[in-house]
Write a protein that binds this ligand. Sequence first.
Ligand code: ZN
Ligand code: ZN
Length: 461
Amino acid sequence: MRQLVLVTAGVLLSILLKAHTYVNSGTDELWHLKSDKQSVKAIFLYAKNDSIFLLKQPGTIIALAITDLTEKDNKRASEKIHWINSINKNWFPANRNNTAVFKEGGDRFFAINKNQSIFIFSAALTLFFFISRYTRKKKLIFFIKGCTASVAMVFIVVFNDACKKTAANISASDTRTVFTTAPKSMDSVFGLFRPAVSTSWDNTYFRISSNGLPSHNMMVGIISWQQQVPLPQAYSGSNAWSIPLSSEFAATPLSTKSNFMKGAIAVAANGIPVFNALNNRGEDSYLIGELDQWGGHCGKADDYHYHVAPLHLAAVTGLLPIAYALDGFPIYGSKEPDGSSMQSLDTCHGHTGTNGLYHYHGTSSYPYTIGAMKGKVTIDPATTAPENQILPQAATQPVRPAGTPLTGAVITGFTANTTGNGYVLEYMINSKKGSVSYSWTGGKYIFIYTDVNGNTTTQTY
Ligand SMILES: [Zn+2]
Ligand SMILES: [Zn+2]
């Protein structure tokens, strides 16, 4: 009889230990998602409603929809849930009627309830009774065994409490950190700029194709010019801009003050890339006069891009986003999606909307678009901060050598030619006029440069 009781108590303890260990130091496993074909390395914690909750190092709890797991992982999750259910039923009579692991009110399986505590305490008392009953005549052994049983009881009570605390902690940080955007909702934004913009998507990315030339005018207003001009870019096919359809909060959002000074950080609704407010020298591009009246200018590959929020696009998008960040979160204009005035912004330059989804806002002062990347992004391993760039990134193709700053030049005019395959750019230096007239046909580019002294040079690339 004594052996039986000892074994029972031992098994009870081991189950408790096992449960506890399972919560705190399970092993990392890969969990695969159907929606974005990505995987998450994390420890299975518990399941609730339609989600499983995983612990990701260094301590973020993420929720994944059970239906979003691949078939294999869905099965693995079911097995874990089933296992929890079965030991629950077998060892805790008070829980016998719980057919689901997930109880209402955030109660976790590993939190031991009052009935279970009474059960454990009774088991310990029984153990103590039997030990004392059979060891009465040998006083020293009785004393040792009595102490052992008491320590075991204290241990169970303390342990029970520790488990409860673990569960409470999990409950408190039980926040949603993985989001999925319906491609159709992104399409309702970029689709507004058809046919200049075309869209497509797969399970992972929403893709935006364009020739990189916006329908609004460009260049006028630039007072710090590197002699670059807008040329069409091949942002299509495998070189289209890509926005992830699934976003996950970054453990530490990377600040745009010290990151992403290369490449785009967002794509505007009209298919034009949006760069960091700081240029690759770390200067506020807008404040130093590098930008035109629409917040853009051209890079070394004569690629037109914005450095500030293209708030003017709201004339077309209305209350829809004016851009999407490369982490997958939308960038709205100066109003909330419901038309109300913009709520206060966090350091990333956004907040969680009433729909429970995170979004950024474009404003007319620094950081204009994104203060820090709220979502996780992949960084090009060939780049280093602050000139690190996010992948995937559409590539630009230079057709002529990069220009140099033209001191004192102010761009005063920019006109498309009648055939729609070229422009004339006019600038002034000390009230003297200069121009660049250029056009392209079949991959050939002709540039006619007229300087402020009237000298003309023609270059073909
Ligand atoms: Zn730029
Ligand atoms: Zn907002």
